[in-house]
Design a protein around this ligand. Structure first.
Ligand SMILES: O=C(O)[C@@H](CO)OP(=O)(O)O
Length: 252
């Protein structure tokens, strides 16, 4: 048996402002830092001691992991970072306001861009200031691997090689593995773990800063479908808030 802990970064500044973020390297808000601290407290309270952490190359996930691990006095554990755990690239929607996008293009199109499995938003131009094509952290990648937009299915395709090649070997070695990543890269991983259909995954949202724990069997399949949030009540409310982003019921 192996333990896998999934942690979505705390609220980012653009989450708070209601903007599509994707691969733009936005920092945590003050609330996001507090959520990361709470995530560390939850690990501590539940005696969960990660042996290794895997993060994306975006600072909201990196800082969330650091803050949570600092709380648990585990800043020293080995860390690996990969673009394959990055948030879904939101294409030309990066930096756009969610509520305004919904108003401009309508509820149906907004939902398709946000949560359909296989329809990506329009691509971002390489010369757009919010494109990642010239970003130093991706300089080692062939240009065709740097997304100009992605749907969730694209995320699953680029995330799974890392799951099999880097995370599974840690789990196989009996390590407790912490993965600090993003709403949509974690949706892709949960889809894979729980065997969720392409249609069903549209209804699944991941809250910020609340560790989701999976106990896995010898074949790296969950003992309990859906895993367990360390604070299920808070997770419920936060999931609802993510779902409602950009709609009239959203707070911001
Ligand atoms: O903007 C984004 O990159 C993501 C996560 O914050 O948003 P959404 O939940 O709308 O897919």
């Amino acid at each position: 048996m192996a333990t896998l802990v999934l942690l979505r970064h705390g609220e980012s500044v653009w989450n708070a402002e209601g903007l599509f973020t994707g691969w733009v390297d936005v920092d945590l808000s003050e609330k996001g830092e507090a959520e990361a601290t709470n995530g560390g407290d939850l690990l501590l309270d539940n005696d969960i001691v990660p042996d290794v952490v895997h993060t994306s190359v975006l600072k909201r996930a990196i800082r969330t992991a650091n803050i949570a691990l600092d709380v648990a006095d585990l800043l020293w554990i080995p860390v690996r970072r990969t673009w394959r755990l990055n948030e879904r690239h939101y294409g030309a929607l990066q930096g756009k306001n969610k509520a305004q996008t919904r108003e401009e293009y309508g509820e149906e199109q907004f939902k398709i861009w946000r949560r359909s499995y296989d329809t990506p938003p329009p691509p971002i131009a390489d010369n757009d200031p919010l494109s990642q094509v010239g970003d130093l952290r991706y300089a080692g990648l062939p240009s065709e691997l740097i997304p100009r937009t992605e749907c969730l299915s694209d995320v699953v395709d680029r995330m799974l090689p890392y799951w099999y090649d880097a995370i599974v070997p840690d789990l196989a070695a009996g390590k407790t593995v912490l993965v600090a990543a993003h709403g949509n890269s974690l949706r892709g991983l949960v889809k894979h773990l729980d065997g969720i259909s392409d249609a069903e995954i549209a209804g699944l949202n991941i809250p910020t800063g609340i560790p989701l724990v999976y106990e896995l069997d010898h074949d790296f399949a969950p003992l309990k479908r859906g895993g367990e949030y360390l604070d299920p009540e808070a997770a419920k409310a936060a999931i609802e808030a993510v779902k409602n982003q950009g709609t009239a019921t959203a707070k911001a």
